[in-house]
Structure formats: C-alpha cells, structure tokens
Design a protein around this ligand. Structure first.
Ligand code: PDD
Length: 280
C-alpha cells in the first residue's frame, strides 16, 4: 500500500478511510498520539514511543484497547503492508465514541494508525527560529491531540520563513517549540529544560542526552531563558522526524553557530544510532 489508514481493525488506503462523527476526537480532540519514523521496515524506538503513549493515556484515564505487546505487533504487521519501508508511523487513541457530552462515554477507546512515506531529515543546514509566548495549558507533558496553540505558532514560523517557533513562558523561561524540543550549548554544557508539566519529554531529547553522555558533554536539565537562547553557543532542536537540527537565527538576529565541533559530533552520533538500529 502507498498510504495506509487503520481504524479499529479496518484497513484501507488513507484517502478512502472514513471515521464516524461520534468519535470523541471530533468533539473534544479527546485523545493521545505518537509519531515516529521507520526505515527499512524497522520502527525506530518503538518501545519508548509505546511506553509514552500508555503514560499519556493513563494521565487522561483513557484505556488503550490492547496491551503494549499487542499494539507493537499490530504496528509491525501494518508496516509490512507498505510499498516502502521508509515511513512516518502515526497512531492515536481516542476516548471512544458517543453523543457530545463532556462526561466519559461507556465503551472502548478507538485506535487509529496511519502510515505514509517519509525519510529522516538528517540535514546539518542551519535553520531560523522565531519566538512567541507560550500560552498553552499546563499539561504539556501529555501528548494530547489538543494542539491549536502549536498549530498557530508553527504557522507563524512558516509565514516568517522559519523552521520552528520557540515558546517562552511569561518571565522568559524557554519551554520547547511548536513540535520539537529545544536545547542550547553554552561553555561546553548542554542545557535542556527539565521534563516537568511545561514540556513534552521528547524521545529524541532523551537520545540527545544519551549522545552527550557518550561524548563526555556535560548535561544540565535546568530551565534556561530567552536571553540564554539568544546568547547560546549552539541552539539545537530535536524531534523524532528531525532529530538534530542546528539554528543560526532567532527572531531575525544571528545566534548560536559557535561550537560546530560539538554540534557535528552530536549529529553524527544521533543519526548514526538511527541508521544502525534500522539497517536492513
Ligand atoms: N512532535 N515537543 C512537542 C510539543 C512535540 O510536538 C514534539 C514531537 C516534541 C518532540 O518529541 P519526540 O522527540 O518524542 O518526537 C517535543 C511530533 C513529531 C509531532 O507532533 O508531529
């Protein structure tokens, strides 16, 4: 198949799949999701993403309609149906179906899966960023489908010709970006926001920290500010599809780009891990 859609056991070409209007996602965006890459039909970091899906679901009292092992088996089976093994794997669990009513419906949650062709972005070309105030809610650790502030911020970045929008809370503390985490290097140390309720604990972030430890780069999981971002030696964003991106501008002003050696070493380590774990 070229682009696959799965909904509660029904499989079809994505463009032909139909979703019942009573799915809670239509009323409330009531669900949680994961997005990750496959290469050569191997799903990279599957355990970590499935664990996070179950954590997000539990925080919202959504019961995933199968076990972790069953879900992993299903995802691996769906990947085998595709014409290419280089894919974006997206899946979400929504809180069942019913008439519009804030109270939880009875009955099982719904499982959606989509598979579309995609390759990893391993570019070392620096990108530009904008910043904007983080006006999201205080549950950013849960990977929910309620993403309107992120959509608005990302569109602002796109319209400014930039790659990402970096969020800061009132007072200047940097949290994360619209669809990635952000980190800085200053005086040889990697600073990354702690994994509290203000950011999503990114899987790519965890792998960046692992790469730092391997390379002997000190890591400080402490909050940093807009001022620190503007004066950083390097600025790096991470996400599962764009795992190690370097920035050269923040809000139109030159920034980062002072520790090419550290950036290139981290990039090599992170991309190398992806390539070796997904080799044929
Ligand atoms: N975005 N922070 C936010 C707000 C995100 O949406 C994402 C991922 C990340 C990085 O998480 P990870 O390293 O686990 O991919 C951080 C995905 C890719 C998306 O929404 O498409």
């Amino acid at each position: 198949m070229k682009e696959l859609g799965y909904y509660n056991g029904t499989i079809g070409e994505l463009s032909e799949m139909m979703i019942p209007m009573a799915d809670r996602v239509c009323w409330f965006g009531d669900g949680v999701y994961e997005a990750q890459l496959c290469r050569n039909y191997h799903i990279f970091t599957l355990d970590e993403h499935v664990d996070r899906l179950f954590r997000s679901a539990a925080l919202l009292k959504i019961e995933v309609p199968m076990t972790k092992e069953e879900l992993k088996r299903l995802l691996n089976e769906l990947v085998q149906k595709m014409d290419t093994g280089d894919l974006m794997l997206y899946y979400q669990v929504t809180r069942g179906s019913g008439k519009r009513n804030h109270a939880f419906p009875k009955g099982p949650a719904n499982l959606w899966v989509t598979l579309t062709p995609k390759t990893l972005n391993d570019s070392t070309e620096p990108v530009s960023l904008i910043t904007d105030e983080d006006t999201r809610f205080l549950h950013c650790n849960i990977k929910t489908l309620n993403l309107i502030p992120s959509v608005m911020a990302n569109q602002k970045a796109v319209e400014a010709g930039c790659y990402e929008c970096v969020f800061y809370r009132a007072g200047g503390r940097i949290t994360e970006c619209s669809h990635s985490n952000v980190h800085i290097i200053k005086d040889g140390t990697l600073y990354t926001a702690p994994t509290d309720h203000l950011i999503l604990a990114g899987i790519a972030r965890a792998h960046l920290i692992k790469a730092c430890k391997k390379l002997g780069i000190p890591v400080s999981e402490t909050p940093f500010t807009l001022d620190d971002l503007q004066n950083a030696d390097e600025i790096i964003t991470t996400s599962s599809t764009n795992p190690c991106i370097r920035a050269c501008k923040v809000d139109g002003k030159d920034a980062g780009m002072k520790r090419e050696d550290l950036f290139m070493a981290l990039h090599k380590e992170i991309i190398g891990e992806f390539l070796s774990d997904t080799a044929e």
